[in-house]
Design a protein around this ligand. Structure first.
Ligand code: ADP
Ligand code: MG
Length: 310
């Protein structure tokens, strides 16, 4: 293709909200064999919602939610935001003594004091409330900390995961005090795009830090066969490299800080425009409309510009 053709294609992309950082990236996209999608915020809408909150050990639900929300208040994770918003709503509005929610004064400090907060990447968070350790996260976190999970609780979590929800476990003072179920619906166009890629001879793959059961349920819903789950934040780039081993050209689509090493490692990195700045910097393409159809637009544009239709 001539420099003019590349310039025209870049302009066509820009008009469609597909920002292309350079002619090399535009050229590589035509040869993409695998497109690896991050799950949360890329295939899914990224506005997670708590659908279930169950307290055990006779703990009152409001008290349970207040503990979890206090612990999560310092986290930037989308799951933390979902938990905070649910707990805040419960605290201020689900109060029969205050049906209109007029007590709603977020400034009044309704959360417990927390100390020694730390985020545990790929697992959850921990901190101290009233001098006692609180852990919020997945099974891996509970297992590492030696928290006992009864068969009944395990079955409850499995049930959540099989319906594509993320199960979050909460332990306080070494005892499991409750479980939350969090749903994050697929983007509306997701399954059409997966189908379209397959028809173009491109294999879609899903990679996530979330657990295997939830990952498989989401993958099934969207029509992806190849899933990699429980991937630690540093591991997503390794997944990209494993697909590149036989010389295949690999695209990665992601939105999070976690995704940026994988976006950089990919032959074609595509960042969701609504994603974090770090992901956008690491990528070759930015999909400004946050619409996955633009993954197809980008590959099409490259194929047409370099007129190599396979
Ligand atoms: P991804 O963005 O690919 O879904 P992350 O590495 O951010 O993966 O998170 C992986 C898993 O770690 C989550 O599915 C959740 O189980 C747990 N986790 C991470 N951060 C938190 C948090 N702030 N609160 C509760 N659980 C968390
Ligand atoms: Mg994500």
């Amino acid at each position: 293709a001539t420099p003019t053709a590349v310039m025209v294609a870049t302009g066509v992309g820009a008009n469609n909200g597909v920002l292309i950082k350079g002619g090399d990236a535009l050229e590589r996209a035509q040869m993409v064999k695998y497109v690896i999608f991050d799950k949360t915020g890329t295939l899914t809408q990224g506005n997670a919602t708590v659908t279930t909150a169950k307290a055990f050990t006779g703990l009152e639900r409001g008290e349970f939610l207040k503990l979890v929300a206090s612990a999560e208040a310092s986290s930037e994770h989308p799951l933390a935001k979902a938990i905070l918003s649910y707990a805040r709503h419960f605290h201020f509005f689900d109060d029969s003594s205050d049906p209109t929610g007029t007590k709603n004064d977020v400034k009044s400090g309704w959360l417990f004091d927390v100390s020694d907060f730390s985020a545990l990447p790929g697992r959850g968070i921990q901190c101290f409330i009233d001098g006692k350790l609180i852990l919020v996260g997945n099974r891996k976190l509970m297992a590492e900390s030696g928290i006992d999970i009864s068969t009944a609780v395990e079955n409850f979590v499995v049930e959540l995961e099989e319906s594509a929800k993320t199960g979050i476990l909460v332990a306080y003072d070494d005892v499991l005090i409750g479980v939350l179920g969090i749903a994050d619906p697929l983007k509306r166009e997701a399954s059409v795009v997966i189908d379209g890629l397959q028809k173009m001879g491109v294999t879609p793959v899903m990679v996530t830090g979330d657990n295997w059961r939830t990952a498989r349920a989401v993958a099934k819903e969207v029509g992806i066969q190849d899933v990699r789950a429980e991937v630690m934040p540093a591991g997503k780039a390794d997944v990209v490299r494993s697909f590149q081993k036989d010389g295949s050209i690999v695209a990665m689509v992601g939105d999070g800080i976690n995704d940026s090493p994988a976006l950089a490692a990919a032959d074609v990195g595509m960042a969701i425009g609504a994603g974090t700045d770090i992901a956008i910097e690491a990528a070759d393409y930015v999909l400004m409309r946050n619409n996955l159809e633009d993954v197809i637009t980008a590959i099409d544009l490259s194929r047409k510009t370099f007129s190599r239709i396979r």
